[in-house]
Design a protein around this ligand. Structure first.
Ligand SMILES: Nc1nc2c(c(=O)[nH]1)N[C@H]1C(S)=C(S)[C@@H](COP(=O)(O)O)O[C@H]1N2
Ligand SMILES: [Mo]
Length: 421
């Protein structure tokens, strides 16, 4: 069977990525067996600011294109004309690097009850890397586009589509002109195949799906991609209009030509009926202690609780840590690098007593939008937000509840005695 061969090839690809990444990532359960999905193998990934390539999660649907940078081109279409070689992309424009926290919009899907199907991510699909490349604004200006005028930029992946849906995503031209880039290096290394070699779009602070890998076309459009809006065969709108939308069970999303509100949380609060997964919702994860034994107790008998917090296009304002499963909360300190679109490190010095503890973290952004405590039941939809819950949704998208991300640990001394006596 063709599908079985395809699956075999997929599992070979997954095994090869695990091996190349030296075990820093592990395969995640994909109920439909449709995606190549690997997440951080340990929560220790979230104890550090820069994610090594080895620990950076991977997520895509189709086979990785067999690309050769010398032959690869990016077509400029829609309001644009021309074709860029990789030499053009590298040499004709300024080179910049941006820090970007990428989170799959399906991160936390596996925390939905009832289960939603598809890839059952817990919290392992988040990472921060430095991406080097060419500002999209430099290319667009060079081709006569310097104002957004409410238009959209659609990026199309060169991955061979499974069925007939091409991987196409639209972002507001305003965002594209602001800080996006066509990246060809990751953490100073040539872009690995599975991360988009030879060139991908980076949309700082926006959910992974917007960061189109293996870009072969950039199209300036008056609207987002809708069915039939690209000049090519096949289905065009699946990735923009059908999947990666937040909606209750059993409804079909309308295909909007445009929306005025880009911020995902604002959409969720009611600005758009079935929100698009654009910038990441405020989120935090504890990386240390990681849940693995032993817990490191410092000479002063304190334990550092350390992690990362991010908020998409918004800034992280505050992180709180609980060491008693949410009964009491303590302010954590934000420290380390502070780049728009990338996570911050936080730490809290905990006077740990021996025994079992549940550690939690919760963040708020600079608009005081906070992580909800848990994911609601299937019927609440938007009303969930009123009771500090994240709306259960059919695709399991953009969840940022903090309780499901707690870390259970046991504190002991090296010799098994109490730390504190
Ligand atoms: N062309 C293409 N780009 C893609 C995808 C894809 O399937 N095809 N997957 C998207 C999704 S859903 C995510 S979460 C990110 C993951 O990027 P990474 O594998 O480099 O971490 O890539 C995005 N870009
Ligand atoms: Mo994703």
């Amino acid at each position: 069977m063709a599908t079985e061969r395809a699956r075999e090839a997929r599992h070979r690809e997954i095994d090869a990525i695990v091996e190349a990444k030296a075990g820093g990532v592990a395969e995640t359960r994909d109920e439909a067996d449709k995606y190549t999905v690997l997440g951080a193998a340990s929560r220790r990934t979230f104890a550090n600011w820069l994610t090594p390539i080895e620990e950076h999660f991977v997520c895509h649907r189709n086979d990785i294109p067999d690309a050769d940078a010398d032959a690869w081109t990016v077509s400029l279409t829609g309001g644009l004309e021309g074709t860029l070689s990789m030499a053009d992309v590298r040499d004709e424009y300024p080179t910049v690097a941006v820090a970007h926290t990428m989170e799959c919009a399906g991160n936390g899907r596996g925390q939905h009850r009832p289960e939603t199907g598809s890839v059952q991510w817990d919290c392992e699909a988040a990472a921060t890397a430095f991406w080097t490349g060419t500002p999209v604004s430099s290319i667009l200006r060079d081709h006569g586009v310097s104002a957004s005028d409410g238009r959209w930029l659609t990026a199309v992946g060169g991955d061979p589509s499974d069925g007939d849906d091409v991987f196409a995503r639209s972002i507001p031209l305003e965002k594209a002109l602001d800080d996006c880039l066509l990246a060809y290096e990751m953490n100073g290394e040539p872009l690995p195949r599975e991360h988009g070699y030879p060139v991908r779009l980076i949309v700082p602070g926006w959910y992974g799906v917007n960061n189109v890998k293996w870009v072969e076309e950039l199209r300036v459009m008056d609207s987002m991609v809708t069915e039939g809006s690209l000049e090519r065969p096949g289905e065009h709108a699946y990735w923009q209009q059908e999947s990666y939308r937040v909606h209750p069970e059993g409804v079909e999303s309308n295909q909007n030509k445009t929306v005025d509100t880009y911020d995902t949380w604002d959409q969720l609060e009611g600005a758009v009926e079935h929100p698009y997964t654009f910038d990441a919702n405020v989120m935090s994860l504890i990386g240390a202690p990681s849940g693995e034994s032993p817990v490191d107790v410092r000479p002063d008998e304190m334990v550092e609780v350390r992690g990362v917090a991010w908020a998409g296009d918004d800034a992280v304002d505050r992180v709180q840590v609980s060491t008693d499963g949410g009964d009491t909360w303590n302010d954590a300190e934000l420290f380390g690098p502070d780049y728009a679109g990338a996570w911050r490190l936080f730490r809290y010095d905990w006077d740990a007593r021996p025994g079992r503890h549940t550690l939690l973290s919760r963040a708020a952004d600079d608009l005081n939008r906070r992580q909800p405590s848990r994911i609601s039941g299937p019927d609440a939809w938007r009303d969930a937000l009123e009771t500090d819950e994240y709306p259960w949704n059919e695709g399991g998208y953009a969840a940022n509840a903090y309780e499901p991300n707690g870390v259970d640990i046991e504190v002991r001394t090296d010799n098994g005695k109490d730390v504190s006596e």
